[in-house]
Design a protein around this ligand. Structure first.
Ligand code: S3P
Length: 427
């Protein structure tokens, strides 16, 4: 069944205080997985209850952890990773699948990781090749590039790995493998990618040293300290509502309790460069700096985005809506990674913008967007949550029909509830 949402345009500015943005997806995945490495009970508050992260939680359970969930706080106790009875289903999540590859590469037993039709088309060699190089037994379709993947845990050799891509998923998989390698390991990346894994594992007592783009990891001598964490709001989810304020004259949004990690808020910085007024109020610091972000409308001008791409890769679809409403032609370059996300986000962004009568040009590693007047259209999400939500926000300008909206459940189940505080939505 394909569900469609109709988003109605608004004619007036709005103010919105958001304390219910979805909890951070990256941190939620990691908090469940890393609990498997701890002795005693990990306690996770504000875990993201969306399909991707609930799949990860189920896998953690399938790997032998005891989970107590009162609907508010999740407690996880593990006795080490146990061989599961059945295959492990990561659903739509590349983060889940790639991080589990690193975690399970040294675990005792046989593991099969699978996913939905989209995940089974995404490249896994970026983790399976370096893991195989250090002695892991991994295989999959297309010579180990495509899921389902099978893993037979084994002993891993120490490594010095220099990655060609700035990917937190690859980095995290290799760091997790390094924790059980037979000596000190180092991992180097070309640009800093999000660093939640390093922050959280260090907070749990792992010996990790980060020096610029190089992370040195000492193998674990025993188990880690349990994780006690409140997951902050997800800046990538919050960003949809930042764009909503940025394209609607007279509007202001306050987003509460979001991580200010510099590898995650680059899209807010881009919006600021385009003219939007943004202020940050730091409130707390545990594993991550956390605070409130206030976004106030001001006229938008075009921007060129070519650096620190991994810091805003997930927000580029939403940013294209701001670009479509800006004066001038915006350019996105060096963003080839967009092609291997939940959809090929270069073509899905470009095709859908064209549907909305916006002038755009597609390149191998990016696109241009010339600001204009968004026109109502029938949007194909291509099963990609961020495409669906970005164009729903575009609907505030002109009205929009979004086809195939189930995918939003993977990361932001209450997205439409918040959008309904601004405008009328029919599902
Ligand atoms: C993520 C890393 C990024 C990001 C993804 C989540 C993570 O992917 O796009 O949504 O939690 O590590 P890459 O590591 O492939 O860049």
């Amino acid at each position: 069944m394909i569900s469609t949402a109709t988003v109605y345009s608004i004619t007036q500015g709005f103010t919105l205080r958001c304390d219910s943005i979805a909890p951070d997806k990256s941190i939620s995945h990691r908090s469940a997985m890393f609990s498997l490495l701890a002795k005693g009970e990990s306690v996770i508050e504000n875990f993201l209850r969306a399909e991707d992260t609930m799949n990860t939680l189920q896998i953690v359970k399938d790997l032998g952890a005891e989970i107590e969930d009162d609907g508010h706080i999740i407690k996880i106790r593990s006795n080490g990773i146990q061989e599961p009875f059945d295959i492990l289903d990561c659903g739509n999540s590349g983060t889940g699948m790639r991080l589990f590859c690193g975690l399970l590469a040294s675990a005792k037993g046989h593991f099969i990781l699978t996913g939905d039709e989209y995940l089974k088309r995404r490249p896994m060699k970026r983790v399976t090749t370096p893991l195989k190089d250090i002695g892991a037994f991994l295989d999959g379709r297309s010579e180990g590039d495509l899921a389902p993947l099978s893993i037979r845990g084994g002993s891993l050799k120490a490594f010095n790995y220099k990655s060609k891509i700035a990917s937190a998923q690859v980095k995290s998989a290799m760091i997790l493998a390094a924790l059980s390698a037979d000596g000190e390991c180092s991992y180097e990346e070309p640009e800093l990618s999000r660093d939640h894994t390093e922050r959280m594992l260090k907070g749990m007592g792992a010996k990790l040293e980060v020096d610029g783009l190089v992370t040195k990891i000492q193998p674990l001598k025993g188990l880690l300290e349990p994780l006690i964490i409140r997951v902050p709001s997800d800046p990538s989810s919050a960003f949809f509502f930042a764009v909503a304020a940025a394209i609607t004259p007279g509007s202001q949004v306050v987003i509460e309790g979001v991580t200010f990690n510099e590898t995650r808020i680059e899209a807010f910085k881009a919006l600021e460069k385009m003219g939007t007024l943004i202020s940050y109020e730091l409130k707390d610091e545990k594993y991550e700096p956390i605070g409130n972000i206030t976004v106030t409308y001001a006229p938008l001008k075009a921007i060129t985005i070519e650096d620190n791409i991994s810091w805003l890769i997930d927000e580029l679809p939403a940013l294209c809506i701001a670009m479509a409403c800006a004066e001038g032609t915006s350019v996105v370059k060096n963003a080839h990674e967009l092609r291997v996300k939940e959809s090929d986000r270069i073509s899905t962004v470009v095709d859908n913008l064209k549907n909305c009568d916006i002038k755009t040009t597609e390149y191998e590693d990016g696109y241009t967007v010339t600001g204009g007047t968004l026109q109502p259209a029938l949007i194909n999400s291509f099963g990609d949550h961020r495409i669906a939500m970005s164009f729903a926000i575009g609907g505030l300008k002109c009205g929009m029909k979004i086809e195939d909206i189930e995918c939003i459940q993977t990361s932001f189940p209450n997205f439409f509830d918040i959008l309904k505080e601004i405008t009328k939505v029919q599902i």
